[in-house]
Design a protein around this ligand. Structure first.
Ligand SMILES: *[C@@H]1O[C@H](CO)[C@@H](O)[C@H](O)[C@H]1NC(C)=O
Ligand SMILES: *[C@@H]1O[C@H](CO)[C@@H](O)[C@H](O)[C@H]1NC(C)=O
Ligand SMILES: *[C@@H]1O[C@H](CO)[C@@H](O)[C@H](O)[C@H]1NC(C)=O
Ligand SMILES: *[C@@H]1O[C@H](CO)[C@@H](O)[C@H](O)[C@H]1NC(C)=O
Ligand SMILES: *[C@@H]1O[C@H](CO)[C@@H](O)[C@H](O)[C@H]1NC(C)=O
Ligand SMILES: *[C@@H]1O[C@H](CO)[C@@H](O)[C@H](O)[C@H]1NC(C)=O
Ligand SMILES: *[C@@H]1O[C@H](CO)[C@@H](O)[C@H](O)[C@H]1NC(C)=O
Ligand SMILES: *[C@@H]1O[C@H](CO)[C@@H](O)[C@H](O)[C@H]1NC(C)=O
Length: 682
């Protein structure tokens, strides 16, 4: 494959304007320094600064947001540019799946162009995966799918940091090679950009006039000598608008924009989707050669040696921030100290409490080699207190605390100084009668050890010579390595590994680190919105799914990590304890496809080179719900819509449906535009 880049524009800094306040005057002079330095390179293309209202000339300031139609560049002679059009949102451990509806993304873009916008970039256009230790954070999951028009999965390895390139790539032609299309988002936006592209000249050179119809409805007319193009916008969240323009009348649904390239015929409306929705499913492909159940071997992480001695690689009489010690070489850092109790010490042999103030994302505590518990930070709240009753023996006791990071802070003012690890204080408290005895261990001698022994010994490598045991494969055991060989699933569909049943850890396929996994982290039950309404401003808490489920259960295994023939090796390091018997390799593919289309439109249904096997739901009228959960509405055609569609579509790889009243009848829906909803099984 041959890829070349044309340099159109360059960016310096990123969203510094959002965080510069606390830096005061030095922030301002830093921005000037950036601008001067960039300009001095004399590269011959314009420079932009995203979210930087005071960008020094000639830097172009640009907007990053869900909506940028109200954005005004600092210099009114420069183009209005939207450098990050957020097509979705990222997912965090403990959180749910974010969805930004297609209608709303399209609305935001069309409205941006209606109001004089000239340049739009999506963030993200292609979802990615945070393989290895590339997740940012804290707490951003291994998946960085972002509900983007092209999903995370694909034949090739797309790191999420490819977003840097995608930020400046428009429509890719080789995208189908890479990923599944997130439909209808991909198709609906493609249609939008086809229409906008056909209007390129007039949008660039036309004179703009606007008519305000009240109730948030407006028309914008772009005009040149050659003709005019119109946008009819309706920003009202609840009411459809009827716009009368040059003797014709147009219904513009709530929260939508209609585009009429000739100011007469509706070519596109952001709320009227004529692209099918594809619901992807993940399933094992069991055959005799490739059974999806795996045979496991295991071995413990070797720790006894240092856990009992409390000796690491360096010693300090202070608790250090994790980053300072690990230099970001590992997510794992051991903090170890020894405590002595004399026989005649009144609290010797009694139950005491170990209290650790921690900013470790995950903390495991061991006393004298024994795991006494673990705790993780709640998302967004990284200070907590770990407290556990412990019986210390008289003599020497070793306390070992394993601090684990899940991505380091990478945004905000002074993010580099946000704490990570065990920052203390650390106390042991005990009672002697009515007396409370407190020992502060914070300034004890602490011994540090970075990383896991298993990683140092490269247990994840296929050719690793270490001994693994097939006997007594344990469940629910902390700090355990598991290994299995498997055959790659057949066929061309993208491969995922289902890690349901495991706790938290890291997974490798043929020595490639596929990222941190944490299926034991279940999102809360509340806050999901099955009947997600695209109307009204989007925010990251809207239209969530996956309530009460593991935040991330499936992990992307690019084909480039797999041997199509022969054996493959999966290695897991499980730190909390889990059950590997449920782990299986699966493929993602279209499960069903849906349409939800207004009358007078045509829609094509296709199962992507597989025949459509059945029509599960069909209704013409005002059906309710979304793909997978359609229900008939208050009006419905008396014709047998399922039969009509079964004849047209079942057994075919694709079918084109003309949504007309001749075909489907004319139910009385009190004057509202009728829609056809279909769910077909692949
Ligand atoms: C635009 O940037 C210049 C240079 O920093 C500044 O003087 C001016 O106030 C800015 N204008 C606006 C509208 O922010
Ligand atoms: C932002 O993305 C949406 C959805 O892809 C698109 O419809 C819209 O045109 C984009 N915005 C701009 C300004 O291009
Ligand atoms: C939306 O329309 C309703 C009904 O016509 C009206 O009461 C409301 O003020 C409108 N809202 C906006 C923001 O225009
Ligand atoms: C825009 O309006 C100005 C002033 O009325 C006029 O001189 C110019 O020719 C117009 N441009 C176009 C492309 O119609
Ligand atoms: C330790 O945690 C306790 C309980 O949350 C809190 O009251 C105390 O201020 C914390 N100490 C430090 C130094 O953060
Ligand atoms: C503990 O209780 C005893 C008897 O009730 C009392 O004499 C003593 O002063 C108490 N000690 C402290 C430290 O409060
Ligand atoms: C593993 O732990 C879970 C949760 O504590 C428990 O429900 C399950 O029974 C345990 N399984 C085994 C095999 O011990
Ligand atoms: C499942 O395996 C068969 C071969 O046994 C293969 O032909 C087919 O494409 C596979 N299906 C999928 C969905 O991967």
């Amino acid at each position: 494959m041959f890829i070349f880049f044309v340099l159109l524009i360059l960016q310096i800094e990123n969203e510094y304007g959002n965080v510069m306040g606390p830096y005061g005057e030095s922030g301002k002079s830093y921005i000037k320094w950036c601008a001067n330095m960039a300009q001095s390179l004399d590269v011959g293309v314009p420079w932009i600064m995203c979210q930087q209202n005071d960008a020094p000339q000639p830097m172009l300031n640009t907007c990053n947001n869900f909506y940028c139609d109200n954005f005004v560049p600092n210099n009114s002679n420069t183009p209005k540019m939207w450098t990050e059009n957020w097509t979705g949102w990222f997912k965090q451990w403990g959180g749910k799946n974010p969805h930004r509806t297609t209608e709303d993304v399209a609305f935001s873009v069309a409205r941006f162009f209606q109001r004089g916008g000239t340049f739009n970039n999506y963030y993200m256009y292609h979802g990615g995966t945070n393989f290895d230790r590339t997740a940012g954070g804290p707490y951003i999951t291994t998946s960085y799918d972002y509900d983007a028009p092209l999903d995370e999965y694909g034949k090739f390895k797309v790191y999420s940091y490819l977003k840097i390139f995608y930020k400046f790539l428009f429509l890719l032609t080789w995208e189908n090679l890479l990923s599944n299309l997130n439909q209808p988002k991909y198709g609906h936006l493609k249609q939008l950009h086809d229409v906008l592209h056909s209007m390129e000249r007039i949008l660039t050179y036309g004179n703009i006039s606007t008519i305000d119809f009240g109730n948030s409805a407006s028309a914008t007319i772009y005009k040149t000598e050659e003709g005019s193009s119109c946008f009819f916008g309706n920003g009202n969240e609840t009411s459809d608008a009827t716009i009368s323009f040059q003797g014709e009348s147009y219904v513009v649904p709530a929260w939508s924009v209609t585009i009429l390239p000739d100011c007469k015929n509706e070519a596109y409306n952001t709320a009227k989707i004529t692209t099918q929705t594809s619901m992807m499913v993940k399933k094992p492909n069991d055959t005799e050669d490739t059974p999806s159940t795996l045979k496991w071997s295991w071995r413990p992480e070797s720790m006894d040696n240092f856990l009992l001695k409390g000796k690491g690689e360096s010693t300090q009489t202070q608790l250090f921030d994790q980053k300072v010690v690990t230099n970001d070489q590992s997510d794992y850092l051991w903090y170890m100290t020894t405590v002595k109790f004399k026989k005649r010490d009144p609290i010797s042999g009694k139950i005491m409490s170990l209290r650790v103030n921690s900013t470790a994302h995950v903390l495991h505590a061991f006393v004298n080699g024994k795991h006494i518990g673990n705790q993780h930070a709640e998302n967004g709240k990284f200070n907590y207190v770990f407290e556990k009753d412990v019986k210390f023996k008289s003599g020497r006791n070793v306390i070992a605390l394993l601090s684990i990071t899940v991505g380091l802070a990478n945004y905000g003012a002074f993010f580099e100084s946000k704490p990570a690890g065990i920052t203390g204080p650390i106390f042991i408290t005990g009672r002697n009668g009515n007396e409370t005895i407190v020992k502060d261990l914070s300034a004890h001698k602490w011994s540090y050890k970075t990383g896991l022994n298993g990683v140092k010994n490269q247990l994840f490598r296929t050719e690793s010579m270490s001994k693994w045991s097939v006997e007594g494969v344990p469940f629910n055991r902390t700090m355990t390595w598991y290994k299995a060989t498997f055959k790659a699933p057949l066929g061309n569909d993208p491969v995922v590994v289902d890690l349901m049943g495991l706790g938290k850890g890291t997974a490798w396929v043929n020595g490639n680190n596929i990222g941190c996994y944490w299926p034991a982290f279940i999102s809360s039950e509340n806050g999901c919105d099955a009947k997600c309404n695209y109307r009204g401003a989007y925010h990251a808490e809207k239209c969530l799914t996956n309530c009460g489920e593991p935040t991330q259960r499936w992990y992307h295994v690019p084909c480039s990590f797999l041997n199509a023939e022969g054996d493959n090796t999966l290695v897991l390091f499980e730190e909390m304890g889990g059950n590997p018997s449920l782990v299986s390799f699966q493929t993602t593919r279209g499960g069903s496809v849906c349409a939800n289309v207004y009358e007078k439109k045509i829609i094509e249904l296709s199962c992507d080179r597989k025949p459509i096997s059945a029509i599960k739901f069909a209704s013409f009228g005002n059906p309710d719900g979304n793909c997978g959960s359609f229900e008939k509405g208050t009006c419905e055609s008396s014709k047998n819509t399922v039969d009509i569609l079964t004849q047209e579509c079942v057994g075919k790889e694709k079918c084109s449906i003309d949504v007309s009243t001749e075909k489907f009848g004319a139910p009385d829906c009190s004057g509202a535009t009728r829609r056809l909803a279909v769910e077909a099984i692949c």
